[in-house]
Design a protein. Structure first.
Length: 258
């Protein structure tokens, strides 16, 4: 799908619209050659609104959207990817691209990773939203997943020290071990990591150290996810991650890899 903005004069816009249709058909032919059923949509209007409208009309189970940049420059507040991620009721996969030297004095875009589902990072705060997100992770082996990194962070910021952080870490590790065993029974390799500190920074550290190929996040929840995925911290983790991010929203929908 591509959306043409309606800010240009009508003849110019329609010419652009026809060019888009041709380009989409070229892309569709490549996908059909890989055995996929493909439908193209060339729309006009406000991009994020049209994407959400078409996703609903087509009963899509996931929106895949790319954007240029990794790290702090990646996702701009108010951008199409940002608005779609915030407002979509279905999972949104953000595929990241970076500029690289093309060897001829110019640059070209390169996908950050070619195997998004190979090593999945699943942070959890054990909220209902996190539990629903786990339902998706259980199915990732069908999408080529080889390993899942299970992680949680014990928040030790000054205003949250009214508990024994060490004991909380022990209990959290036990909970994640249960999930690890379940995933391994499903044929997925799994690793448990529990740390203490500021959740956002610790999770980004884990993602970098483990060289994960994708981060899977729930969109609402309690604990540190409430801050991560409903406010400025949430926006930071999506922007600052250097790998693709799959955002699973708290509404019930089905995503399978059969």
């Amino acid at each position: 799908m591509h959306v043409t903005a309606t800010i240009e004069e009508y003849p110019v816009m329609m010419t652009r619209h026809e060019q888009v249709r041709d380009r989409l058909e070229e892309e569709a032919a490549l996908l059909r050659a890989r055995g996929l059923k493909v439908k193209t949509r060339a729309e006009t209007g406000t991009a994020y609104r049209q994407i959400l409208r078409v996703a609903e009309a087509e009963a899509a189970s996931m929106i895949v959207i790319g954007f240029h940049g990794a790290g702090l420059q990646g996702l701009v507040v108010g951008s199409v990817a940002d608005r779609v991620t915030r407002e979509s009721p279905i999972p949104v996969m953000l595929v990241k691209y970076r500029s690289v030297d093309d060897g001829e004095g110019g640059t070209r875009l390169e996908k950050v990773t070619a195997e998004s589902f190979r090593k999945v990072f699943y942070p959890t705060d054990f909220s209902l939203c996190s539990t629903r997100t786990l339902e998706y992770v259980r199915e990732f082996r069908k999408a080529g997943c080889e390993e899942v990194i299970l992680a949680s962070v014990i928040d030790t910021r000054p205003h949250r020290t009214a508990f024994n952080a060490d004991q909380a870490q022990v209990e959290t590790t036990k909970k994640l071990d249960v999930i690890r065993q379940e995933l391994e029974e499903r044929g997925l390799k799994a690793k448990v990591i529990v740390r203490q500190g500021t959740p956002l920074e610790k999770l980004l550290d884990i993602a970098r150290e483990e060289e994960v190929s994708m981060i899977v996040l729930g969109s609402t929840g309690k604990g540190f996810f409430k801050e991560m995925l409903m406010g400025s911290v949430s926006e930071s983790i999506v922007r600052r991650a250097v790998c693709p991010v799959l955002v699973i929203h708290d509404e019930v929908c089905t995503l399978t890899f059969d």
